[in-house]
Design a protein around this ligand. Structure first.
Ligand SMILES: Cc1cc2nc3c(=O)[nH]c(=O)nc-3n(C[C@H](O)[C@H](O)[C@H](O)COP(=O)(O)OP(=O)(O)OC[C@H]3O[C@@H](n4cnc5c(N)ncnc54)[C@H](O)[C@@H]3O)c2cc1C
Ligand SMILES: NC(=O)c1ccc[n+]([C@@H]2O[C@H](COP(=O)([O-])OP(=O)(O)OC[C@H]3O[C@@H](n4cnc5c(N)ncnc54)[C@H](O)[C@@H]3O)[C@@H](O)[C@H]2O)c1
Length: 480
């Protein structure tokens, strides 16, 4: 290659959600882009290969099995057990479909130069890979994160899986020990229980999904227990005395033993920049090994940015998309945008789903924002009655105006929902939140009866109060 051919507008390290988004967008904008990943099979990153896609496919399969069993209440006869090999074949087939547009050949067709190998920085704008040096005007580190390991005595004896290896399972374990009650642990734990495993979750914290409001987590916990999962809170696995026996220590109380067949470790993620020689590019890391970033996701080298899990903030595929949007805006605009999670949302794809958006109560309190907490269960919602999800729960934080002036906009600051399909039901609330719409945007709608999303309006209608002044106005208007 000539020297010119080795010059790029953008070099991206890592072809996961963040790197792919950045590379494809910049190539579309006619920029010269070099995208690097370790192997061709790694392209697509964790989301396609070990995370979102296989986990959602597994959840889909397990829901089919669960719903078939639920239908026995209507006289349907269901027998037999799910075949794990067939389930995993289904999972792999879904990944294969998505791989059609997440692979080196496809990317090259889109105008992206792709290199496979182990890159390292050799200068402030230079990266070396496979014996060649490439220069980028801008460079992006999008190397993702990896699962945290369970480092306790005896772990080496045990068949311990994490999200990188679990998709190789061909047989359903009779007893599955899940360590960690975050989104990863609860999604996989419920799916495996539905497929036929007996699942036990051992969780450090006092409740599942610790980023959620306690009232929301509690509904999920009750549903999971009703399906047969065992959950130990405030507890940790302290050692393994054999390949199938764990010792568990609750924060308060006596240590106990747990028998299992395989373990699934879902205790969070860690970033690692091993081998990248960040120091050669002038990229500083803090004492925990995290890259020092400003509010524009720029490192201590002004031409090198970080995107996705590697930035070590909220770790989601659409978090990577948010980063990508911010970075491309800032690449082209003289006015720079700052990273802002105020309208960010996420969904945990359990059944019921748990959806979350905007600011939560601890954050509102921290900011001293005036708000009201409105919540409802779904017990009296007609759709919830017929579809059997009266246990659902919706929580909203509504802007509180200091003076009760009629016609004032009251914005929806944040909220959460736990219900089947909550991730879809909550989308109109997210739109209102993102666009700064007031509660009247929901109040004024006429919903087709009986769509499940009417619950959004019900909560708002239930909280409308007629003040004495309004009552007087109504009385006069009616007489006239
Ligand atoms: C079980 C599970 C389920 C999940 N489900 C969801 C979900 O439903 N929705 C959601 O939004 N998020 C979900 N996530 C999170 C989501 O997968 C991640 O946030 C997302 O993949 C991060 O994208 P990324 O591009 O930052 O990193 P990655 O996708 O990890 O991509 C990083 C890429 O960099 C490459 N790389 C690493 N080091 C180097 C190196 N030295 N040189 C070259 N290349 C390198 C890797 O091979 C990889 O391809 C889930 C995560 C897990 C674990
Ligand atoms: N639907 C989704 O969007 C989705 C699904 C799965 C994962 N993810 C993402 O993947 C990442 C990883 O998920 P995760 O659930 O592993 O991480 P997490 O950090 O969100 O949750 C892990 C939980 O494990 C607990 N824990 C830590 N050490 C423990 C120990 N030794 N024993 C018992 N419990 C322990 C922690 O208290 C924490 O609540 C997250 O950032 C998440 O955003 C997203």
């Amino acid at each position: 290659m000539t020297e010119k051919e080795n010059d790029f507008d953008l070099i991206v390290l890592g072809a996961g959600s963040a790197g792919l988004g950045l590379a494809l967008f910049m190539a579309k904008a006619d920029m010269r882009v070099l995208l690097i990943d370790k192997t061709a099979e790694d392209v697509g990153g964790d989301c396609l290969n070990h995370g979102c896609v296989p986990s959602k496919a597994l959840i889909h399969a397990s829901r089919q099995v669960h719903q078939a069993r639920q239908a026995t209440q209507f006289g349907l006869q269901v027998s037999g057990a799910a075949d794990m090999a067939q389930v995993m074949d289904y999972v792999a087939s879904r990944q294969d479909i998505i791989r059609h547009h997440e692979n080196p050949e496809y990317l090259r067709e889109q105008g992206v130069t792709v290199e496979i190998g182990s890159p390292k920085f050799v200068g402030e704008h230079e990266v070396e890979i496979n014996g060649h040096t490439y220069r980028g005007r801008k460079l992006a580190v999008a190397t993702g994160s990896r699962p945290r390991q369970l480092d306790v005595p005896g772990a080496e004896l045990v068949p311990l899986y994490d999200n990188q290896r679990v998709w190789d399972l061909r047989q359903l374990p009779a007893r599955l020990l899940v360590v960690g009650g975050g989104p990863n642990g609860v999604e996989l734990g419920q799916a495996m229980q539905r497929l036929g495993s007996q699942v036990t979750i051992v969780h450090h914290g006092p409740r599942l999904l610790e980023h959620e409001d306690a009232t929301i987590s509690q509904v999920l916990e009750e549903r999971l227990r009703a399906e047969g999962l065992t959950i130990h809170f405030n507890a940790e696995v302290t050692s393994f005395s054999s390949a199938t026996h764990a010792r568990v220590q609750p924060k308060e109380g006596t240590e106990f033993g747990l028998d299992f067949d395989i373990g699934y470790v879902a205790i969070g993620r860690q970033v690692s920049f091993e081998g990248l020689q960040l120091e050669k590019a002038g990229i500083e890391v803090d004492e925990d090994g995290h890259i020092q970033l400003d509010e524009h996701l720029t490192t201590t080298n002004p031409d090198i940015v970080v995107a996705g899990d590697a930035a070590n903030s909220l770790k989601f595929s659409h978090g990577a998309e948010l980063h990508m949007r911010l970075l491309v805006f800032n690449f082209f605009s003289p006015i720079k945008k700052k990273l802002d999670y105020d309208h960010f949302s996420w969904v945990t794809f359990t059944d019921p789903e748990v959806a979350h958006f905007g600011l939560d109560e601890p954050e509102l309190k921290k900011r001293g924002t005036s708000y009201e907490r409105w919540e409802t269960n779904f017990a009296d919602d007609d759709r919830a009655v017929v579809d059997e999800h009266r246990y659902g729960r919706l929580l909203l934080f509504i802007e509180k105006n200091l003076l009760p002036i009629p016609g004032q906009k009251r914005r929806i600051l944040g909220g959460a929902m736990v219900a089947p399909g909550a991730g879809e039901l909550i989308q109109e609330l997210i739109l209102a939140n993102t666009s700064g719409l007031g509660i009247s945007a929901i109040f004024d709608k006429v919903y087709p009866y009986p769509v499940a999303a009417r619950i959004n309006q019900k909560l708002i209608v239930d909280h409308q109060q007629i003040t004495p002044l309004m009552q007087l106005g109504l009385d006069v208007a009616f007489k006239l």
